[in-house]
Design a protein around this ligand. Structure first.
Ligand code: NAD
Length: 484
């Protein structure tokens, strides 16, 4: 499957430019060069996408789950057959290492589609029998109609399909917008949908800026639900528009996740897990553990080992098989992270390693690379420990008691994910119960079962994705009461 220099919108089953004819530049983060262009869509494109979706809805929503299942499986098959092309495109667009695209992003994108295509075959609803007067209530779950899906740049196709697949499987038609920073694999997906015979208008992909195309989706009076993943401030803005319109909303937002390490953990397994939870995808995963809390008795040993292993990570050309960490996604994002390193220093932080831009020679000279940073000596209330940085930066703090670890962990506005390392299962479960976090991993990180509820509390979001939660979100329950 071929990438193109000029990406197109996918509206009513056809690949088309934006109505305005305008394009935005799309950068290759590994070189800093503009390598393609994306449609600069606006309200007019969203309206066309909406109308196509509205026309497609009656047939798609009533064709039956078996037919929908078969079409969605064909889309997943095409992604699988073109795995390498998708992986190369993802790495080119995002700067992430090719190993990650090959082993995580693209395989997971196709399994998202298969998971929801099959999940809907087994989806059932409740019934309630009543004795007096004798009657039965049953819950009908029908598709909502035309829904909007908006996704971020960090796991481009993975998170795009995580929304679109349950929306389509349950019989909705979709107007979707991928991030303008990483549009390419969504474009390839639109080609896959055409090839798979997805009926025209069932899925419409509108490319462009959040404040323009994204806002037009959120504010469209007839798009009935918004599933959004992105930053907390964007989520707040979306909620302020969609809530007064009484749209159903699922908001998956930012995080500032604690990684809590007790002295009684399996040290080696914990170190492997911690390196992953700190720097996977350059720390650009909402679930990464950016605040590491370590029991004081192993604090010095931990810092020494973490710094050693961090310095050993190979940073470079994301297309190379031996690269651990590629480029950051964009120059503004790199600059934001470097600014946080300065903030950390001004707050008294000690940089144990990294935190500087890497300037390569040759073809990578214009790319956005930095050395992953480990920072100590910071107070939990400082900006570095309170604000989401979303890059290869972790802070490490000691604690003395379980209560103190818990208080430090919960002392942020976010509540997305937490990791706990200990061999004491009682302690692990006590922590899990009290952590203000939508997801808790015990002695593991990013171990994902697609059936589980996924999402955050506090400023990390509203609602849950995954498994039944997603099938329920994308359907409208209706109670029918039948008296005997
Ligand atoms: P972002 O909020 O800037 O953008 C996300 C998407 O929203 C993009 O498609 C963007 O174009 C669109 N958008 C921006 N402004 C909009 C508006 N006013 N109306 C409608 N759409 C708009 O986020 P980002 O920088 O792309 O992604 C990074 C953020 O995403 C981080 O905060 C990260 O924690 C979060 N994230 C959360 C999860 C999760 O599951 N909770 C997963 C991945 C990323």
């Amino acid at each position: 499957m071929k990438t193109d220099k000029y990406i197109k919108n996918y509206i009513n089953g056809v690949l088309v430019p934006a109505a305005s004819g305008e394009y935005l530049d799309n950068y290759n983060p590994s070189t800093g060069e503009v390598y393609s262009h994306i449609p600069d869509s606006d309200e007019e494109d969203v309206q066309q996408a909406y109308e196509a979706a509205e026309r497609a809805f009656p047939e798609w929503s009533t064709m039956g789950v078996n037919k929908r299942f078969r079409i969605l499986q064909r889309i997943a098959d095409i992604i699988e057959q073109n795995m390498e092309a998708f992986a190369q495109a993802e790495t080119m667009d995002n700067g992430k290492s090719i190993n990650l695209s090959r082993t995580v992003d693209i395989p997971r994108a196709q399994s998202n589609i298969r998971f929801f295509a099959t999940a809907v075959l087994h989806f059932s609803s409740e019934s309630h029998f009543m004795e007096h007067p004798q009657s039965i209530n049953y819950t009908l779950r029908r598709p909502i109609g035309v829904v909007g899906c908006i996704s971020p740049w960090n796991l481009p196709l993975y998170l795009f399909t995580w929304k679109i697949a349950p929306a389509l499987a349950t019989g909705n038609c979709v107007v979707a917008k991928p991030s303008e920073v990483t549009p390419m694999t969504a474009y390839l997906l639109s080609k896959a949908c055409k090839e798979a015979g997805l009926p025209a208008g069932v899925l419409n992909i509108v490319h462009g800026l959040g404040g323009k195309a994204g806002r037009a989706i959120v504010g469209h009076p007839k798009i009935k639900a918004i599933s959004f993943t992105g930053g907390t401030n964007t989520g707040r803005e979306i909620a302020s528009i969609a809530a007064p319109m009484f749209k159903k909303m699922s908001l998956e937002l930012g995080g500032k996740n604690p990684n809590i390490i007790f002295a009684d953990c399996d040290f080696d397994k914990m170190m492997i897990g911690t390196l992953r939870s700190s720097f996977t995808n350059n720390g650009q995963v909402c679930l990464c553990g950016s605040r590491i809390l370590v029991e004081r008795s192993i604090y010095d040993k931990f810092i020494e080992e973490l710094v050693k292993r961090t310095q050993f990570l190979k940073i470079g050309d994301p297309h190379s098989d031996v690269t651990d960490m590629g480029a950051l996604v964009s120059e503004p994002h790199l600059n934001k992270i470097l600014k946080y390193i300065e903030i950390a220093k001004s707050e008294g932080g000690e940089i144990q390693c990294g935190g500087t831009r890497i300037q390569f020679e040759g073809k990578l000279a214009g790319g956005y690379y930095m050395k992953p940073a480990v920072i100590t000596n910071l107070d939990m209330n400082c900006r570095t420990n309170q604000e989401e940085i979303f890059g290869p930066v972790v802070t490490v703090m000691p604690f003395d008691t379980e209560e103190e670890a818990l208080a430090l962990a919960n002392n942020v506005e976010y509540g997305l994910a937490a990791t706990v390392w200990t061999k004491d299962i009682q302690k692990a479960n006590r922590m899990a119960t009290k952590l203000e976090s939508g997801i808790v991993w015990i002695n593991c990180f990013l171990l994902r079962d697609l059936r589980t509820p996924f999402g955050g509390m506090k400023s990390s979001g509203v609602g849950r994705e995954g498994g039944l939660e997603a099938l329920r979100f994308f359907t409208e329950p209706k109670n029918v009461c039948v008296k005997y």
